[in-house]
Design a protein around this ligand. Sequence first.
Ligand code: NAD
Ligand code: MG
Length: 392
Amino acid sequence: MEMRRVSILGSTGSIGESALDVVRAAGGRLGVAALAAGSNWRRLAAQAREFRPQLVTAADDAAARELGRELAGTGIRVAAGASGLEQVATHAAADVVLSAIVGAAGILPTLAAARAGKTIALANKESLVAAGGVITAAVRDAGGLLLPVDSEHNALFQLLSGRDRSEVRRLVLTASGGPSFRRPGGLDDVTPEDALRHPSWSMGAKVSIDSATLMNKGLEVIEAHWLFGVPLERIAVVIHPQSIVHGAIEMTDGALLAHLSPPDMRIPIAAALYHPQRETLPWQHLDLATLDRLEFFPPDHARFPALELAYAAFARGGTAPAVLNAANEVAVQAFLDRRLRFTAITEVVADVLAHGTVDAASPDIDTIMAADAAAREAATAVIRGMQAPRRG
Ligand code: NAD
Ligand code: MG
């Protein structure tokens, strides 16, 4: 196999670092074309020295200046901001673009990669939630390819490939249930520390909180719709605390085909980066005989209302999923900053969806980004209102 070069959007994050681990283990079969990250220029500089990309980019000019000083004399080009992200997303040397920035900041770079006809290994689910119609159309028009990295979707992608879709009745996504799944009583006093302590996966802060509220699964159901073209009523969610079964497809004859692996993101990342090949990986394999138990439960919608909120936003269509996503990002940040109770995260999202305006079907990218910005303002106002001392 010739060397395949990867551009990584979000290289200093949990997914980005796991992807670089996959590159390290590739023995020259994978290389790095370009790297993009936010403000952690020290980590980015260290990655650049190790992997020798042609281009690195940081979120702002200040970080890019530091990066430039660190990398002086290496011949590695340094860029910044939105233009830098676009250059990394469309870099001529990249055979695959790993989209692994967290949140709506990933939308425009992912769209740029799609418009450039790139093969996209997609971790940034938020871009499909907010702009799934625009991005999938761009991938189609430019002749690119969208490969899911999200573990459940990568599992479904593997289960579905080469299969006659008329034989598939339903897609099943598993959810760990998060750290509060077995917690007795109400969830009002769940702290950021509680919510960040994920039982089976080690992930970035935002997706960890989304897992704890179950919003992550709501976003993933919408993501699955855009990836596989399946209507939401045929996408089911089941709680599975061990995170060993990642996805399953229910066949028309009553058979259920499931995908199992250790909860290690390097496995789906490698599956996407090497696609359509499957390479030998040095990490832990699954031994069924040593698995203690695999449990499955229906989701508890009363305790975790975020999942149904996501289904409802998708049913409303237009910019509603973009509004859901943006309001959730603001609320999750407020929770992490201790300005918001755990259960209020979903209340804020519901409030913004109920009172904000939602644009009609098939919005273009400018309409989506405007809806994202308006929803952030609305969510900020709702949170401020919740904090205001009650008067008379
Ligand atoms: P993370 O917070 O660990 O990393 C985010 C990365 O994005 C960092 O490199 C950060 O510097 C960069 N970034 C953030 N804002 C940026 C901006 N404005 N411009 C440029 N770079 C920016 O997040 P993560 O856990 O790696 O998750 C990344 C994406 O992958 C998310 O969409 C998440 O939902 C998805 N995902 C993650 C996991 C996981 O196991 N971590 C699993 C499935 C899907
Ligand atoms: Mg997932």
